[in-house]
Write a protein that binds this ligand. Structure first.
Ligand code: ATP
Length: 235
């Protein structure tokens, strides 16, 4: 579904990603691991069209998407949940969800069906449908931003550190929800610093170090490489 070949990503003179290649097959849950500053978030941003590669290519379902805008990518089925976990605080839970469906707002039946599906997956959101999003807890806001991304009906969901700053019991819930989403058919590329938990639910993993892929493999294959532990468990 997704193939990245030799991308370089820059912020002006800063090279955030030097040479990353990876692939995600349809239906897979793939995790990107690595210490702070390894280039994980930048890689996700490049797939979502927020950051354009200075070198290399990004292909989605056989189409080169390297120069497409975020709006064009949403229409092609890519949705990203950034690590900043931004909700529209003064809007209700329901209004936040409706904004996630902006790209297909005229398809009211399909949007209503997805909304219902999200309420089944995230029952807590159904209970708080009229509540301003800014009054939700961190874990609840994380559920809302994931559900909001799902409202665009993506085939590829990019999740940036969904467990960041959450209490362990809430982290477990978020991971359960990621597994449930994956079962519902969406392909997921997950960035996580919580490597042990992430590898338990993933099909394959990439370990990034200093803007390059240091290793790729299943949890068992990665665990065998004791030299990598300081990289992906470092923080
Ligand atoms: P983290 O978990 O801390 O977000 P990461 O692996 O996601 O780490 P990136 O956020 O992709 O890493 O950052 C990779 C490199 O790019 C780092 O050296 C970082 O300082 C730099 N960088 C990231 N964003 C910017 C920016 N907006 N401007 C300049 N440099 C940036």
């Amino acid at each position: 579904m997704l193939e990245i070949k030799g991308i370089e990503l820059r912020y002006g003179a800063v090279k955030a990603v030097r040479d990353v290649s990876l692939r995600v097959e349809k239906g897979e849950l793939v995790t990107l691991l690595g210490a702070n500053g390894a280039g994980k978030s930048s890689t996700l941003k490049s797939i979502a069209g927020v950051l354009k590669p200075a070198r290399g290519t990004i292909t989605l379902n056989g189409e080169n998407i390297s120069s497409l805008s975020p709006e064009q990518l949403v229409r092609r089925g890519v949705a990203m949940v950034p690590e900043t976990r931004d909700v529209f605080p003064d809007l209700t839970v329901d209004e936040n969800l409706q904004l996630g469906a902006f790209s297909r707002r005229f398809d009211t039946k399909a949007v209503a069906a997805t909304r219902q599906q999200m309420f089944e997956l995230f029952p807590l959101l159904a209970e708080r449908v009229k509540q301003p999003a800014g009054t939700l807890s961190g874990g609840q806001q994380q559920q809302l931003v994931i559900a909001r991304a799902m409202m665009s009906n993506p085939s590829l969901l990019l999740l940036d550190e969904p467990s960041l700053g959450l209490a362990p019991v809430i982290v477990d819930k978020i991971f359960e929800m990621i597994v449930a989403l994956r079962k519902s058919g969406v392909t997921i590329l997950l960035v996580e610093q919580n490597a042990t938990k992430a590898m338990k639910i993933s099909d394959r993993n990439y370990v990034l170090s200093l803007g390059r892929v240091a290793a790729e493999g299943t949890a068992a294959e990665i665990a065998e490489r004791s030299d990598l532990k300081s990289i992906y468990l470092g923080s």
